[in-house]
Design a protein around this ligand. Structure first.
Ligand SMILES: NC(=O)c1ccc[n+]([C@@H]2O[C@H](COP(=O)([O-])OP(=O)(O)OC[C@H]3O[C@@H](n4cnc5c(N)ncnc54)[C@H](OP(=O)(O)O)[C@@H]3O)[C@@H](O)[C@H]2O)c1
Length: 336
């Protein structure tokens, strides 16, 4: 059956969460290499909020109105003529790339190469909580971080979306795991596998983490400078945040983008002079890596952490929760 329209939560103008409105829009048409997914659940990421606020306008330039959403879990309803790995009825999950997005909707057309089969032991809500943060943790620890079992890693913001998965993945890789969180989340991060929980409200992580091999930074440039002084010579730092929203707030989207790039470049160069490699990183929507993550979930090595679940028509409240910066894991949208 061909479906011509669908419900989607769209961003109509930059600003507060109320700028997201539920609308009836044309259903996406899958291209030859795309898979059409009936979305059961989606997730909200901080990057969605940054796009909503307009701070990424200079680099992403989405045409408004746009359907946000870079995490989905659902069921395949149609496949393009060149698709070989998926069939109608398959349960899948994915993190659609930055240019595509489109997760806050009943249907999403996603390139086959970005999809993986959903882990069988978890629900769609739990699966939607994984792709973006798990691929990010994978890129930071495995693909670029090359963390090994005899190493020590500092994961910033261990109770958050990325941190909660990175702790589990780093433990699975056999490393010693240190993480930062507020005192309310100490037990949580230890239950995820952290060896040392550093309460950032009363302690300086430098004192615990000095000499670490790797840092996964989710906090931005001010912390990157401190982390360069914390890791050992020859150590590496995976920089997940650029400071763009703060720079854009002060200098506008275009001036802010230039300043954020210059600031980051200066940190990278200064770190190199101290023998430390700072690698800015943007997660890659890679279905093969997502399949490896699904295997780890089914093997019981990684479990998703859900902060809260909202209905799709409550998307503004879901964004307010992520805006708070206090999430324990992921905010999920129930779509179907
Ligand atoms: N480059 C990429 O590809 C990529 C991918 C994913 C995410 N990111 C970025 O990485 C950042 C984190 O993402 P996320 O999804 O993990 O965010 P999140 O889930 O919203 O993070 C919330 C967590 O941050 C913790 N937190 C806040 N301030 C902290 C501090 N000073 N020290 C330690 N913990 C602190 C909070 O814990 P408490 O309540 O205990 O303070 C809360 O648990 C965001 O800026 C996001 O845009 C980048």
């Amino acid at each position: 059956m061909v479906v011509n329209s669908m419900r989607a939560a769209q961003l109509t103008d930059y600003g507060e969460p109320e700028r997201l409105t539920l609308r009836e829009v044309a259903a996406p048409t899958p291209g030859p290499s795309d898979v059409l997914v009936a979305v059961h659940a989606a997730a909200v990421n901080p990057v969605d909020c940054k796009i909503r606020q307009g701070s990424h306008r200079a680099i992403l330039r989405p045409k408004l109105p746009v359907t946000l959403g870079m995490d989905v879990s659902g069921v395949v309803t149609a496949v393009g003529s060149a698709v070989t790995k998926f069939s109608v009825g398959d349960e899948v999950f994915a993190s659609p790339n930055h240019r595509l997005m489109g997760g806050y909707a009943e249907l999403a057309a996603i390139p086959e190469r970005e999809l993986a089969r959903k882990p069988s032991r978890i629900s769609h809500q739990e699966a939607a909580a994984l792709p973006l943060v798990a691929l990010t943790a994978w890129d930071a620890l495995v693909r670029h971080g090359k963390l090994s079992a005899d190493e020590r890693v500092l994961i910033q913001a261990g109770a958050g979306g990325v941190g909660s998965i990175a702790i589990q993945l780093a433990k699975h890789l056999g490393a010693e795991v240190l993480t930062t969180c507020s005192s309310a989340n100490t037990e949580l991060v230890k239950s995820l596998g952290a060896d040392v929980a550093i309460d950032y409200t009363s302690e300086r992580y430098e004192e615990h983490a000095r000499g670490s091999d790797l840092v996964v930074d989710t906090l931005g440039p001010e912390h990157l400078r401190r982390e360069v002084a914390t890791v050992r010579r020859g150590g590496r730092i995976m920089a997940l945040t650029t400071g763009l929203p703060e720079a854009a707030e002060r200098h506008g989207p275009w001036g802010g983008a230039i300043r954020a790039v210059v600031q980051l470049a200066s940190i990278v160069i200064r770190a190199r002079l101290r023998g430390v490699r700072v690698r800015p990183l943007a997660r890659v929507s890679d279905g093969e890596n997502l399949s490896r993550i699904a295997e780890l979930v089914d093997a019981g090595a990684i479990r998703p952490l859900i902060d809260s679940v909202f209905d799709l028509d409550d998307v503004a409240a879901a964004h307010r929760r992520v805006d708070s910066g206090r999430c324990r894991g992921k905010v999920v949208l129930q779509v179907a």
